[in-house]
Design a protein around this ligand. Sequence first.
Ligand code: BDP
Length: 676
Amino acid sequence: MPLFRTLLLAALLLLVPAMAQAEDGYALWLRYRPLAPAEQAKYRGLGSGIVAPAGSPTVDATVGELQRGLGAMLGRTPGITLVRSNRIADPEGYAIRSDKRGIRIEARSDVGLLYGAFRLLRMVQTLQPLDHVNIADAPKLKLRLLDHWDNLDRHVERGYSGESIWDWQKLPGWKDPRYTDYARANASVGINGAVLNNVNSNADILRPEWLAKVAAVAEMLRPWGIKVYLSARFSAPIELGKLPTADPLDPSVRAWWKAKGDEIYRTIPDFGGFLVKANSEGQPGPQDYKRSHADGANMLADALAPHGGIVMWRAFVYASDAKEDRAKQAYDEFRPLDGAFRPNVILQVKNGPVDFQPREPFHPLFGAMPKTRLMFEGQITKEYLGFATHIAWLGDLWEEALSADTGRGSTVAGTLSGMAGVSNVGSDRNWSGSHFDQANWYAFGRLAWDPQARAADIAGDWARMTFGNDREVAGTVTAMLAASRQAVVDYMTPLGLHHVMGTGHHYGPALWVGDLARPEWNPAYYHRADARGIGFDRTSTGSNALAQYAPEAARRLAESEDYLLWFHHAPWQRPMRSGRTLWDELVFRYDRGVAAVGTMRRQWAGLAGKVDAERFEQVAAFLSIQEEEARWWRDASIAYWQSLNRLPLPAGAAPPAHPLAWYQALSFPYAPGQAK
Ligand code: BDP
């Protein structure tokens, strides 16, 4: 027995390193795998040991991360000197220089040193030489946030990666070390803020006992340069303060928010501010009292201004009773308010005018409010792009929006003060629901740091950091990412189609739905297809949403076939640039999308044995789900369009696998992430 026990212990001890190496995705892009000896040789002769200024929690975190990362990759820590220096102008910027004595990271602030350290680690992770480094970098935008749509019971609205990571019930007593790993990952890409709770918010988060929990999270994120923010419910003065009104011009309401602001800052001295969804989708707001969005935002801004806090006011509004094209409503509502907001208000605008679709034109508010600070809101979680099982590289989606020329003197990127991404982080071991969805979290941070960065470069870095530097592996992963977003557009919403997903949960196709109470919740509202044609006329003969864009931008959008059915209602027989009719082109694109997923599957299969088995198997299984669902999208869509246009399929195209009624009968009452 004792011998057996000894053997068992020995076996277990042998297993421990293997378990620590498990590739379950937890390490994200910060895997820090040991480099091969030949690769390590590249980094010889750089001295050794870290010299850092007298400790601060951020300097300690920086030194710890360098030791952890370089120690694991190189087996030693080269000579690195961290220097606080006023020569670096930007408060979050850094410079890295090296010579044969070692590496010097200079920054104005400790968080700049942290960002420089992560840059250095990335260079080693991607095998870039360190002997003659001379780089300086600083974030282009000050506000780089994740928005968590997390409820207080840990349900995540539009979350496909488990529960909320915020374990509110156990906070503040139990500070899950996972919060530190979350912060490390964010800091590594420059994310410097997190809104902890859902925009469809619950006033309870503003109660003192909840603020104590928020303070505990803030304390863990602080060393990593991340501030916490909260979604504020506009009616909180009624719900918590027992006031009869939440009218933003009422002195008692203003006093309530001011006192609440003071209380928050007593608890969390570096609190970032509020995010607000008001008068949208049933949320309370200033219009309940016949006040404007500016009245509401400014009232909250005044409460936080003495403490340096900001208000991010969302432009995602559309009225339940409006007859107007939903795509026009945010612009109509906010454009007249340009210049009416306090300096600490930032208007947060979704990338497109409808709602995080696989492809949308850029939002017409970008460039149209020169006297107002604007933030870009992207959705990292893939509510409309196949949840966690579809590979869809959002780096391309955001690059397309950010690089769009507004026709008013700059690109979308050039109009921004910040970026917010609706988080895809949850309690799943791999954080994001799938290994490839981590790429979207990564890309979001990198683009918020530099909205002019190229998504392809970011994809290359992510692939190497996540799957290793083997050229075939990294090249294949990068190629898969590059093809993936257009594939989703093709098999779900080709040629400018949009919002044709399943009711409520948005899982799968439901183009035939036209009986929901609110017109703009119906797919039929958006595609307007009948026997003769398809598409939403947003030209001057229709809703004229096109006129919200500057003339040059409007012309480009009107001419783009990628947005054809977004802006035009066209006959099925309309000739396309390819020489096909619109109908044939639509079928061609559905097929192209399905085929692209098949290609991704084969590409991935070719990496068998070159990627660790654990991640390989899951990605392979998810790709087969994606292929099945891509075919489902294609078949259901074609079956439905044919029920209207009665047109034959182009030569060689396969008929749908089932009759339309089969697709219409599918129901998914338990699809994840639904709004509660
Ligand atoms: C929609 C989501 C809904 C969100 C809303 C928003 O379906 O759950 O609350 O956006 O952004 O896309 O407020």
